[in-house]
Design a protein. Sequence first.
Length: 455
Amino acid sequence: MQFTINRRLLRNNCLFFLSVFFILEFIHLSFFKRHDSFSKEIKLPSINILSNNKYQKASPNTKLFQHLQPFYYPISCQNLYESDSDELKHALALLADIKNPSSIADQSYNITKEQCQNYRSERFNEQFHHEDTPINRKFPLAFSILMYENVEQFERLLRILYRPQNVYCVHVDKDATSHVLQAVRSIAQCFDNVILASKQEKVLYATFSRLQADINCMEDLIKYPSWKYLLNAANSELPLKTNSELVKILTIYRGYNDIEGRWKSRNVHRTEYSWQVIDTASGNQEQVPQIRKTDEKKKPPPGNVEIVKGSAYGAFSRAFIEFVHTSSIAKELLDWSRDTYSPDEHYWATLNYNTHLHPPGGYKAKSDPTNWTARFVNWGERNCYGRIIRGICVFGTVDLPTLFNRHELFANKFHINADPIAYQCLEELLVNKSKLDLPLNDATFYRQMPFLLPT
Ligand SMILES: *[C@@H]1O[C@H](CO)[C@@H](O)[C@H](O)[C@H]1NC(C)=O
Ligand SMILES: *[C@@H]1O[C@H](CO)[C@@H](O)[C@H](O)[C@H]1NC(C)=O
Ligand SMILES: *[C@@H]1O[C@H](CO)[C@@H](O)[C@H](O)[C@H]1NC(C)=O
């Protein structure tokens, strides 16, 4: 009762102030056009009231951020997941027709702080976030996202992953264009829990910089006290599980790390010799830095560790990341790895599998577990229906039924320009699934993961 009266009073007051504002603005426009510094001070707050009000009263189709709505292809994703051949033909015909996929220019993400509320309500499903379950709220996750280009894809990824209780760190490559950096900054400023990495690296394929970029984000994320697990990702990835599903799976993992590791299959050249980054002249006179093996043999790694080959991506428990951040062996190994080939693919595994280091959530036996769930990557061991880039499949529309059935947390890789329909359909599936908080139908699969040894 009290509240209604106050609201009405407030509205009347607003109407009154608005009328006054219009009169003042009229006077201002007519007579004081040149007094800019003065007018700015009184104008700004008035404009805020006006624009908020305008937004609330506007019809649903007059959106401030209409230009940031992605183009969605007229296709039934549901039929594609069900391998309907007519729908697939339809999708492939659409894709064949796309010469320049309609994408949103990086410069379009020029959101001002004052527009953040509108931006969030138009582009992020706030209503739905506020209805998230207490279980999910009590199990915050941290994400690091490495990116170089394509802000539209970043925004769409963030939109899928975003929940108010989680924390997100974005590492924008030091070599990214200023448009990309500006755009990501203007998105991040709209969220308390989305930060940019405080240190930027120029990430070069297979070099230490790739690992350092992740570590920069992890060091920023560790300052947020609530999260339980950290998942690192690239802008070219999509989750296969909703936030609720991630929480359920990581609850089953009870602090164990989901880090791929293989004792036997490491390539000794990667770590037994010192590697250097050198500029090589490419065809068009440009100096392209590349990593090259030298003849210099490296000293054995510190702490009597054995190098274990794994993946750059994982699901890391908070205690493990604290260990990486504080233990001296983790620091020494990191230093030792600077001149190795692709240290991102052995650093996490080496720390996780060398039992004598007692890493929190680490693997307790000196043998390879045989399966992990952090990533689904198709290295060409099965048919790739998209495009193969650097030996990795960039998933396409025909891969959708396979993706639907995978248990992994994320899939690597996707590109909205390579196959916008695959991207759109995985997005749609995740949005649909996240509105239903169903039980995990494959919980047994996760409970049987070999890295969950009895304690
Ligand atoms: C998602 O939900 C919408 C609305 O209910 C439905 O039309 C669509 O087919 C669903 N898509 C998938 C992939 O389940
Ligand atoms: C912001 O982006 C929109 C859409 O691209 C453009 O029309 C507008 O002029 C831009 N504003 C600024 C301040 O750059
Ligand atoms: C996990 O590894 C075990 C042991 O090799 C194997 O029997 C099982 O089939 C694997 N599960 C999956 C789903 O690959």
